[in-house]
Design a protein around this ligand. Structure first.
Ligand code: SF4
Ligand code: SF4
Length: 420
C-alpha cells in the first residue's frame, strides 16, 4: 500500500455560488442525486454522494459547476524542469474531441496531431488503448474462469472467483456509486483495473526499467482523460502497484501509479499556454514510443458497449477457438439505454453448449439501478454487464469540450447515433 499519508480526493466538481442561478438543470443530469438547493437559490454538491462525473458541469447553462482540480501549471513545470520523464497516457475518447478546442469539426479524429503536440510539449506517450487491451484480457479471462466454473460446472481453478453476473469496473464514477449505494454488488465487479491505472503501473515498472531506463520515482505519470472522475480515481490510495512491486524487489518507495490527470479541456489549455496549435503542429506516429502500439479492441473502449464487445470477443475466442462475428444487440424492453445480446458457443474443451447473455447500460439512475436490483435479488439473466456512467460512454464524459447544448441533445437523436 502507498503510505498512510496518501489520501483520496474528497471532491472534483464544485458549484461556484457567484455564478449559480438556481435553475435546477444540473439536478436533472446528476446520476447520484448529489445536488441540493431550492429552485432560485444557490445549489450545492454533497461530496459524499457526488460520483465526480462532471455531467452537471457540461450541462449547466451558466457554467456554475467547475472542475476544482487544476494540475495544468504543475504539469508544465514538470515538463520544463527536465528532472523527470513525463509520460502521457491518452484515452481513446480524447483524440476525437480535442480538435474541437482548436476550431475543428466536432468528432474529428486527430491521433497523429495529438501525438505531435504531446511530443512537442515534451511528453513520452503510452497510449491508453494499449492498456485497454490489457484490461480486456484481464476481464475476459476472469469471465472465462467464472463461465467454466458456474456454467460449464468445472471445479474452480481459483479460490477467489467472484459471482456472476460480472460487472465492468473501468468507470470510476460507476464504482464510487456502487460502493456508496450498493456495497452488496462489490463482489460482482471485475477485479481488473481501468486502462488508466494499468498504464500507471506499466509505466513505472516495465516502462521505467526497459523503455525509459530510469527509476520509477523519476516518472511523472499523467492520465489524459475525457473524464473528471478519473481525477478522483488516480487519488485512490490503493493504486500503488508499481511502488508495491518495487518494494517487494528491494527498492522501497511511496508513490502513486498515476501522478495526475488532465481532462481534454485541461490538455487543450496546456497546449495553448505552450503555444502549440493542433492545426499546424507536425504530426507524429509515436514511432519512438514503444508503448504506443495497440489493437482495434482497445480503440472501441470509449463508447458504451466497447468494453463488453472487446472482452466478449476475447472470451469467445478462448472458449471456442474461433472469432466472434457480429454481436446482435437488442434494446431491453422497458429500459431506455440498456441493450442486451445472447451469444451461443460450444466449449472446445468439454463440447458443452453455452448461451452467454450480456447487457450494456449507461445512465445510472434510470438504467443501472434496475439491473443491480435484479442481481441483488438473484434474478439477473445476465452473465456480463457493462456499465458506463456518461450518456453514450466516455465520449460524452465530464472532461470533454463543453458543447453549448450539453449532452441533452443525445436523447433526441438516440435512434441515429452509432451506439444505438
Ligand atoms: Fe452529480 Fe456528477 Fe455533478 Fe457530482 S459531478 S454533482 S455526481 S452530476
Ligand atoms: Fe468517466 Fe467514462 Fe465513466 Fe463518464 S463513463 S464517468 S467519462 S469513465
Amino acid at each position: 500500500m502507498r503510505g498512510l499519508q496518501a489520501k483520496e480526493r474528497s471532491q472534483v466538481v464544485e458549484i461556484n455560488s457567484k455564478v449559480c442561478k438556481g435553475c435546477d438543470s444540473c439536478k436533472t443530469f446528476c446520476p447520484a442525486d448529489a445536488i441540493a438547493g431550492k429552485y432560485g437559490a444557490v445549489h450545492k454538491i454533497d461530496a459524499e454522494k457526488c460520483i465526480n462525473c462532471g455531467q452537471c458541469l457540461v450541462n449547466c447553462p451558466f457554467g456554475a459547476p467547475q472542475d476544482v482540480v487544476d494540475p495544468v501549471d504543475t504539469v508544465i513545470e514538470k515538463l520544463k524542469s527536465g528532472e523527470c520523464t513525463v509520460v502521457a497516457t491518452v484515452a481513446p475518447a480524447v483524440r476525437v474531441a480535442i480538435g474541437e478546442e482548436f476550431g475543428m469539426t466536432t468528432g474529428s479524429l486527430v491521433t497523429e496531431k495529438l501525438y505531435g503536440a504531446l511530443n512537442k510539449a515534451g511528453f513520452k506517450i503510452l497510449d491508453t488503448n494499449l492498456t485497454a487491451d490489457q484490461t480486456i484480457m484481464e476481464e475476459g479471462m476472469e469471465l472465462i474462469a467464472k463461465i467454466r466454473h458456474y456454467v460449464v460446472e468445472e471445479p474452480a481453478q481459483e479460490d477467489h472467483l467472484g459471482p456472476l453476473p460480472q460487472y465492468t469496473s473501468c468507470c470510476p464514477a460507476w464504482i464510487k456509486f456502487a460502493e456508496a449505494n450498493y456495497p452488496q454488488i462489490i463482489p460482482h465487479l471485475s477485479s481488473a483495473k481501468s486502462p488508466m491505472m494499468m498504464a500507471g503501473s506499466l509505466a513505472k515498472t516495465y516502462g521505467a526499467k526497459e523503455v525509459w531506463k530510469t527509476g520509477p520515482e523519476s516518472i511523472y505519470m499523467v492520465g489524459i482523460m475525457p473524464c473528471t472522475a478519473k481525477k478522483f480515481e488516480a487519488s485512490r490510495p490503493e493504486f500503488s502497484s508499481a511502488a508495491d512491486y518495487w518494494t517487494k524487489h528491494g527498492q522501497p518507495g511511496n508513490y502513486p501509479d498515476v501522478d495526475t490527470v488532465l481532462t481534454t479541456r485541461d490538455l487543450a489549455r496546456l497546449f495553448k499556454i505552450l503555444r502549440i496549435d493542433l492545426n499546424t503542429v507536425e504530426e507524429y506516429d509515436g514511432h519512438n514510443d514503444p508503448l504506443s502500439a495497440y489493437s482495434g479492441a482497445g480503440t472501441i473502449f470509449g463508447n458504451t458497449g466497447g468494453v463488453m464487445e472487446a472482452a466478449l470477443r476475447t472470451a469467445y475466442f478462448v472458449i471456442t477457438g474461433k472469432e466472434l462475428d457480429i454481436l446482435p444487440f437488442e434494446p431491453v424492453r422497458g429500459l431506455k439505454g440498456v441493450k442486451e445480446a445472447s451469444v451461443k458457443m460450444t466449449d472446445s474443451k468439454t463440447g458443452k453448449e453455452i448461451i452467454l447473455k450480456v447487457a450494456v447500460a449507461h445512465g445510472i439512475k434510470e438504467n443501472v439501478v434496475p439491473l443491480i436490483e435484479q442481481t441483488v435479488d438473484g434474478k439477473s439473466p445476465y452473465h456480463f454487464i457493462e456499465v458506463m456512467n456518461c450518456p453514450g460512454g466516455c465520449v460524452n464524459g465530464g472532461g470533454q469540450p463543453i458543447n453549448p447544448m450539453g449532452t441533452s441533445w443525445i436523447d433526441k437523436y438516440k435512434a441515429i447515433l452509432p451506439w444505438n
